[in-house]
Design a binder for this molecule. Structure first.
Ligand SMILES: *Cc1c(COP(=O)(O)O)cnc(C)c1O
Length: 232
């Protein structure tokens, strides 16, 4: 078995085990293969494994990959998004994991209508409260969600968070549990445009714990493709 296949097999086993521990169906956990550390060649090998969902955090890294990979893959924008880049994201990416302010939501809504292409968005929540992290503070989430739901075209499918970097992933379990609690709180509003079935949480170092706490999308970079821990 080659090295990449091996890594993917191992990840699938960890997903199954985490699901088993809490009685979840492994089919409810989806993987975004984060390829920001690697080139088009390696990204194409990820696609060859049957992984379709590819995550990038910068438009300028994704563009050369699209050029060489043609129409392959379903693309997720996972990085901080500048308003002036929205026009490049809508129409090419299918998912956005980092909706974190109203001005961005308005611009996305406008471009979706203009291009007639959908963009499925996760609201990024700064659960841990770290000042270095983007995201809506938990206490402002409900109001933010209601405002965004009033925009006619944007589609909100869930919440996303990034846990602090710690040695022992058990330490960040409360962060994931809190995102789940916030999801349930928004769901109780019973607003048809805020059904938010998805939770995007868990990365290479903490995805097992995130799955135990209800992640439906995990974003896996280094554990899958190798490569550095570059920021962004
Ligand atoms: C880079 C990145 C990831 C993947 O990180 P790993 O720790 O390498 O798995 C996931 N989510 C976001 C938002 C990222 O920027």
């Amino acid at each position: 078995m080659d090295e990449l296949t091996n890594r993917w097999e191992h990840i699938q086993q960890r997903i199954q085990k985490a699901c088993h521990r809490v009685g979840r169906d492994p089919n409810t956990v989806h993987v975004v293969a984060v390829t920001k550390y690697v080139d088009s060649e390696r990204t194409s090998r990820v696609l060859d494994l049957g992984l379709d969902h590819i995550g990038e955090s910068r438009v300028q890294d994704a563009v050369p990959k699209w050029k060489s990979l043609g129409d392959r893959g379903t693309w997720h924008f996972i990085g901080h998004l500048q308003r002036n880049k929205v026009k490049e994201v809508v129409g090419r990416f299918t998912y956005l994991h980092s909706l974190d302010r109203f001005s961005l939501a308005e611009e996305i809504d406008r471009r979706i209508r203009q291009k007639n292409k959908p963009l499925r968005c996760f609201i990024q929540v700064n659960v841990s409260g770290e000042v270095t992290k983007f995201g809506i503070p938990p206490r402002e989430l409900e109001e933010f969600a209601r405002e965004v739901a009033n925009l006619s075209s944007i589609e909100i499918i869930g919440l996303m968070t990034m846990a602090p970097i710690v040695d022992n992933p058990e330490e960040v379990r409360p962060v994931f549990r809190e995102l789940k609690r916030l999801q349930e709180k928004i769901q109780r509003l019973n607003q048809p445009r805020l059904r938010i079935p998805h939770l995007s949480m868990g990365m290479s170092r903490d995805f097992d714990v995130a799955i135990e706490e209800g992640a439906t999308w995990v974003r896996l970079g280094s554990v899958l493709v190798g490569g550095g821990m570059r920021g962004g």
